[in-house]
Each structure stands twice: as structure tokens, then as C-alpha cells.
Design a protein around this ligand. Structure first.
Ligand code: ZN
Length: 282
């Protein structure tokens, strides 16, 4: 319990541990083949629109948004945010696969999808968890002091999604999903089944090193849910998952393992989460 609390404190009780986009080499993150310039090319070729932009060291970094809308009435709306932490490249490669999928299947969509491709483009360029000012933008959903999180929250509010997803990685072995209280367990189960079918390793412990009651899933309730409530209530920090809970919609925050070199494992889990959700929300 003490270990969990200590780790929780290190990850959660500061939103600005640095003054810029630091590397944090102690995390021992395996870098993948992500290229920011290739990603920007892909985004432009898909007609991405600029939600906002941030400046860092005289360079402009746009925050891009893409819509793939269904023409079916009452189609469910899925909102995905990627690139929140720029040193988690499994999610960045995952969102590129997801975008390729959506671009190839622009007709007969039964789900409307909005994607904010890079929540933290400076971090993505500098291989950092933090933005240009050293802020963890995934602590900012309540106060919305950063341009980055203001842009994501605005895109979310305008879209009025039925389901929210955020793509992440962490130091644990294998993948797990943070699910909020609105997330239907049958959806979680389908995703885990599809992970197992594709031989994606499920985490048995979260990054907080607590043993998961069920491999691959960390429902945000009970002790940890209580901690998060205190965290948000006292310090005003709020991540995307808690933001979705406050907005009253189901959310999944996926955490693949940044310590594995297996690029396909890390990337594929994000893509599989997406394709399973498309099926489930259809
Ligand atoms: Zn993250």
C-alpha cells in the first residue's frame, strides 16, 4: 500500500516538475520508429484542421483535429485523443494506423469519429512527457490553463461524444485499460478478448505495481477511484479519464508497455482497441 501511495504521489502530485520538455531517461523508454515530420505529412494529406497552435523555440506546433463523420442518423460519436505524452510512441504509431483505417473506410461508417492527433506536439517532437513549459497537459482538464488542453476540451465539447479514448504507455509489462464507471464491462471484455486473440500480452500489474483483479483492466473505482477524487478535489489536477467521468460519458485510457522493444505489439494494441470499439458502438 505504501509503495502504491509513493508511486501515486510521484506520478500525480505535480503538474510541472520541469521548466521544459525534459527527457526523463530514468524511465528507460524504448523508442520506436515514430517521425513527427511523417506524421504531420499524413495529417495534412488527410485534410486535418488546426485547432490551435503552440510556439516553442521559434517553431510553430499545430494541434490537429480530424473528423470522420457517419451519415447515419443517431450514429454514436467516438472521441480519441493521442500524443498527450510525447515519449509514449506506441500510441503515436497506433493513431497513424487508426487514421489509415479511417481514410480507407470513409463511406458506410456507422460511427462518427473525431481525433485530436497530437495533444502535445512539442512533447512529441522532443520525446517528452511534458509540453514546452514543462507541464503535464494530462493534469490540466479541470483548470484548462494550457493551450493544448484548452484545444482538446473545446474539440470535445463541440463534438459531444458518446465515448472517450486516450492513448498512453507506461512502464508496466503488458497492456491494461483504465475504464471509468460508465464503461460497459462487455465492451472491455471484447477488447481484452481481441487482445488475447492477437497474442497481445495483458498486464497483471498496473504502473502503480498493484496487482490487477483481472489481467488487462484497471477499473477506476474503490481505493484508487477515491484517491483520484481527492487528487482532483484538493489539487485541481484532472486527466482525460476523469474529465470524461465529469462529463458523464464512458472512457478508456489505454496503457501499453513502453519498456518492450516489440513495436508491433505496442502499436497493434491501440489499433485493436479502436477497431473493437467501432464494432461495439455500431
Ligand atoms: Zn501517458
Amino acid at each position: 500500500m505504501l509503495k502504491t501511495l509513493k508511486l501515486f504521489a510521484r506520478h500525480h502530485f505535480t503538474d510541472r516538475p520541469f521548466s521544459g520538455p525534459e527527457h526523463e531517461s530514468h524511465f528507460k523508454i524504448e523508442r520506436l520508429s515514430f517521425s513527427l515530420s511523417n506524421f504531420n505529412k499524413q495529417l495534412k494529406s488527410l485534410g486535418a484542421r488546426e485547432l490551435a497552435s503552440v510556439d516553442y523555440q521559434n517553431k510553430k506546433y499545430p494541434i490537429y483535429c480530424l473528423d470522420f463523420l457517419s451519415d447515419q442518423p443517431n450514429a454514436k460519436k467516438l472521441f480519441i485523443v493521442a500524443g498527450t505524452h510525447g515519449n509514449e510512441q506506441g500510441g503515436l504509431l497506433g493513431i497513424q494506423q487508426i487514421l489509415n483505417h479511417l481514410a480507407k473506410n470513409r463511406t458506410n461508417n456507422s460511427v462518427s469519429v473525431r481525433i485530436v492527433a497530437m495533444h502535445n506536439p512539442v512533447g512529441c517532437d522532443k520525446f517528452s512527457r511534458y509540453n514546452g513549459q514543462g507541464v503535464d497537459v494530462n493534469r490540466d482538464f479541470k483548470r484548462q490553463q494550457t493551450t493544448e488542453t484548452q484545444a482538446v476540451a473545446k474539440a470535445f465539447d463541440e463534438f459531444k461524444p458518446d465515448f472517450g479514448v486516450s492513448l498512453h504507455e507506461g512502464p508496466q509489462a503488458g497492456v491494461f485499460l483504465y475504464t471509468n464507471k460508465y464503461c460497459d464491462y462487455m465492451i472491455t471484455k471484447s477488447i481484452l478478448d481481441n487482445f488475447s486473440q492477437a497474442n497481445v500480452q495483458l498486464a497483471t500489474k498496473s504502473y502503480l505495481r498493484n496487482t490487477l483483479a483481472q489481467a488487462g483492466v484497471f477499473p477506476v473505482k474503490g481505493f484508487f477511484g477515491g484517491l483520484l477524487k481527492i487528487w482532483t478535489g484538493t489539487f485541481g489536477y484532472e486527466g482525460f479519464g476523469q474529465f470524461c467521468t465529469r462529463m458523464g460519458i464512458p472512457s478508456i485510457v489505454i496503457e501499453t508497455s513502453w519498456s518492450t522493444k516489440a513495436e508491433s505489439q505496442r502499436t497493434y494494441a491501440h489499433y485493436t482497441l479502436f477497431t473493437t470499439l467501432l464494432n461495439e458502438l455500431s
